[in-house]
Structures are given as C-alpha cells and as structure tokens.
Design a protein around this ligand. Structure first.
Ligand code: KG4
Ligand code: ZN
Length: 344
C-alpha cells in the first residue's frame, strides 16, 4: 500500500511517499524558517500562503523521485491538527481533493501522533509498549504508547514547551529565530559551572514540567551581565544543562513508574545532542534503551504523517477505507482524545 503524506501544520511543507512493503520511497521538505525569521516568529497568514505555493510542486517532486505515478497512490494522510488553522487547511484541502478525485481513502492525522511514531521509521525500531518523550516547539509531554492510537498522558508542561524555552532563551542571547539549534551550538563553547540556573519542578513528585521560570531566570542573568561572546556561551550551556537534567530525570522516572525499558524521543528538541547523550547514558545505567528518529525526521516532516497514516489504515477494517466526502481541521486537538484505529 502506497501512502502519500502531507504535513502543513506550521512553517514546514512536508511531503512523503511511504510504502508498507518497501518503506519510505521519497520525501521532500520546504522550510519557511527564513521568511518568518525576519519577524522573530511564525506569521500564520504568510505560512498558509507559502504552503499553497509549495504543496503541489513538492508532491510532483516526491512522486518523480519515487518514480511513481499519481494513480499508484492507495491512500492520502494529511495533518489535520493541531497547528495553525490556515496552514492546516492547505494540506487538508489538497489531501481531501486528491482523495475525492482518485477515489482513494484520506486520513486526517494528529501531528503529534506523527512525531510519536516517527522513531519506528528507523532501524532498530522500538516495540510497543514504550514511553515517549515528546519535545517540540509547542509540546512537552511524556506519554505511554501501547499501540497505534493507544496513548496515555503521563505528564506535560504546565507552561512553556521545552522548544519554546529554547527559542525564547535564544532570542535573549540574540541568536535569532528559531534558536534551539543555534543555542545548542553556542553552548558547546560554554564553560561548565559558570552559571547555575534552577531546575523547575525537578522534585515535584510527578511527571510534569515547567519552563517559563527558567526563561525568566535567564532574563535576569542577561540583564546583570555584560554580554560578551563567552558569557553568552556560558549562559547557553547553563540553560541547556537545566533543561536536559529535568527532561532526563522525568523521562527516567516515567520508565521506572511504568516498568517499561524503551524510551522514544520525538520532536524538534530531540535533535539536541546534549539531551541525547544524557538520556543514552542514564538509560543505559538502568538497562533501558533510547530510540530517536533520524535527525531529519525529528523536526516537522511529511514522512511521519505518511507513516502514521499507513499504520492507522492497516489497523482499520478495510470496509472503512473511504474517500473524503468533506474535511475539517482541528487547530486544537488533545492526543488522548484520538480515536483508536480499530474503532474507525
Ligand atoms: O517538532 P518541531 O519541528 O516543531 C513543532 O512541532 O514545534 O520542533 C521545533 C522546535 C523549535 O523550538 C526548535 O528551536 C527546537 O525544536 N530545536 C532544538 C534543536 N533543534 C530544533 N532545540 C534544542 N536543540 C536543538 N538542536
Ligand atoms: Zn512538530
């Protein structure tokens, strides 16, 4: 079964073709980061307009790269939410229109389900059940994943997401937007122990997170220092140390509490090298294994949407594979409210 995946929830147009027998055939991504960086954040209206410009050429490019014809596609999976309503509408309307015209099923996919399942695209892949740490620009959650569509929220941020904290701190350090990767690069030159920042909610006794206080602590620090190249690097490292320690400890606590031994890390912050080193080291001490998506599939992409669509279709009764009659998008959508594929 050949599934076309379409991702347009935020500022990246991602298209991919996933075949259930042959794996990922091709994928293409267009990032709007440069366009939005001028404004210091994503401008929703500009994002939707750019998705409109990119989506069809990218679909053609992806089909050509896989040497596939439009009529070989068996199903369409598009990101239905959560995300920017206007941006989501672009992918949803193209997906539904193609499904209608080609008389093939269309599936609206939850963006975070795409991230959660993305490590299954790599080898070795984890087996169900596992714990997933979802760390992106909009979300910080620990979930127990028992099967496709069976997700239990164990803990989440009570304020800012980890990626958001990275981006806001990067802005304070004059690193541009989005600054997570740039901050992490700068931190490599930081001197350990120069500054000590708080570890919010480290000992809260639950699996929740809080990152907004950390950003405020950086703001206080920045306003008191002369911002030389070295101090900026020292602050970047102190910030990263704090986030990494909290994410690591809570993830390990989730493994202990659930008795599971596999941790999957998904979302843009999962690209962070220090986080990977810390999780790998601490998990190995406990006999647990950590799985990451390929670096290019950590951030938003079409492959994870095509893959999630393929997994859902395979878990659904075939009589329910229907072409789209209409479509909706869900700018806000709770992952736990997701329907189980076998109930579709
Ligand atoms: O998953 P993603 O592409 O988009 C959302 O759905 O949010 O994640 C983007 C987030 C941004 O906040 C970005 O700064 C952060 O991931 N990020 C990183 C790194 N690379 C991307 N944060 C820390 N270290 C990195 N290397
Ligand atoms: Zn994402």
């Amino acid at each position: 079964m050949l599934v076309l995946g379409i991702e347009t929830s935020c500022d990246e147009t991602g298209i991919a073709l996933f075949d259930t027998e042959r794996g990922l055939l091709s994928h293409a991504l267009y990032s709007q980061v440069e366009m939005h960086s001028e404004y210091g954040g994503v401008v929703p209206e500009l994002a939707s307009r750019d998705h409109i410009r990119r989506v069809l050429p990218l679909i053609k490019q992806t089909l050509a790269a896989a040497k596939c014809d439009l009529h070989q596609i068996n199903a369409i999976a598009y990101t239905q939410g959560p995300g920017l309503a206007g941006a989501l509408l672009v992918g949803a309307s193209i997906g539904a229109a193609m499904s209608f015209a080609l008389k093939i099923p269309a599936l609206g996919i939850h963006h975070l389900e795409g991230h959660l399942l993305s490590p299954l695209l790599s080898t070795p892949a984890p087996n169900f059940p596992f714990i997933a740490l979802l760390v992106s620009g909009g979300h910080t959650q620990l979930m127990q994943v028992d099967a496709v569509g069976h997700y239990r929220l164990l803990g989440e941020t009570v304020d800012d997401a980890a990626g958001e904290a990275f981006d806001k701190t990067a802005k304070l350090l004059e690193l541009g937007y989005p600054g997570g990767a740039a901050l992490s690069k700068l931190a490599r030159r930081g001197r350990p122990g120069q500054f000590k920042l708080p570890r919010p909610m480290l000992n809260s006794g639950d699996l929740n997170f809080s990152f907004s206080g950390l950003k405020t602590a950086v703001l206080t620090l920045v306003s008191k220092q002369e911002l030389t190249e070295q101090t900026r690097a020292d602050i970047a490292l102190a910030f990263q140390d704090a986030v990494v320690e909290v994410l690591t400890q809570k993830s390990l606590a989730a493994l202990s509490q659930s008795g599971l031994t596999q941790l999957v890390v998904a979302g843009g912050v999962g690209a962070n090298e220090q986080l990977r080193e810390s999780l790998d080291y601490k998990a190995a001490l406990k006999g647990a294994a950590v799985f990451y998506p390929e670096l290019e599939f950590c951030t938003d992409n079409g492959a994870m949407i095509a893959f999630a669509g393929a997994m859902r279709l395979q878990a659904m009764p075939e009589k329910n594979w229907q072409p789209a009659g209409s479509f909706t998008v869900k700018a806000r959508w709770d992952l736990e409210m997701l329907e189980k594929p076998e109930a579709n």
